[in-house]
Write a protein that binds this ligand. Structure first.
Ligand code: CO
Length: 248
């Protein structure tokens, strides 16, 4: 069931989104070689709590941390750990902020120090693919129009799109209907309506799109060890077009 949000509810999600965006900006300023993802996680958790909000991922289906920290070949849902980040790594930090019961969700990939040209292009194209999807998030379009725009662009640029993890509607629950795949044909799926709030969160790989899960039951990696990046915004479908609620 699709839950349409009122303008007042969207306003609340936007405030959660501002806290989340501010947290990403702070993270961008502290990421450098030598920092650990455990330290980034602790920073984010403290920051969110200080702003009067709750890190929604902690405890969600047993997930143990406030953030997901996905380094290099990790696609998503990586556990923060004590391994210092190295010059040339890429890392995706994903988090969900809950402010007074209303949620916002945003993931961002970061370069650690100086990265290869190939990694740089992966980050650039993955972020651009997110905006290709957002452009399609207009009233009257279908979910598949978002999916198709992202896949077409990503594959034209020589990258693959992860199939096993998708975007989703969001509100007072992290995951609501419908799902938003980042691949597939246009002109299929649910029609987009004013008041829907969704995430678009493409994960692009340099190599094959396939994922495997570590023994921890969460960490998803590329099967071929190639690099993976992800950018995610939460956005509302409005009469004036898509409104990004997690804009940095
Ligand atoms: Co999400």
């Amino acid at each position: 069931m699709i839950i349409i949000k009122t303008p007042e509810q969207i306003k609340k999600m936007k405030i959660a989104g501002e806290i989340l965006a501010d947290c990403h900006k702070e993270i961008a300023s502290i990421i450098k070689p030598g920092i650990t993802t455990e330290e980034i996680n602790a920073f984010a958790e403290t920051y969110i709590l200080k702003r009067g909000a709750i890190p929604e991922q902690k405890g969600y289906h047993g997930y143990p941390f406030a953030t997901c920290a996905s380094v290099n070949d990790v696609i998503c849902h990586g556990f923060p750990n004590k391994v210092p980040l190295k010059n040339g790594d890429i890392v995706t930090i994903d988090m969900v902020v809950n402010l007074d019961g209303w949620l916002a969700d945003s993931a961002w990939s970061y370069a650690v120090g100086t990265i290869s040209n190939e990694a740089k292009k992966l980050l650039e194209i993955t972020e651009a693919a997110l905006y290709k999807g957002i452009e399609q998030a207009v009233i009257g379009n279908r979910v598949g129009d978002i999916s198709h725009a992202i896949q077409t662009f990503a594959e034209e640029q020589g990258f693959s799109v992860v199939r096993d993890f998708v975007g989703h509607a969001i509100g007072s629950n992290m995951h609501e209907d419908p799902q938003i795949p980042h691949f597939g044909p246009p002109n299929v799926g649910k029609r987009l309506k004013e008041g829907m709030v969704i995430t678009i969160e493409p994960m692009l790989n340099i190599g094959m799109y396939h994922a495997k899960i570590d023994l921890d039951g969460w960490t998803a990696r590329t099967v071929d060890g190639s690099l993976s990046a992800q950018y995610e915004h939460t956005l509302a479908i409005t009469a004036n077009g898509p409104e990004i609620l997690t804009k940095q």
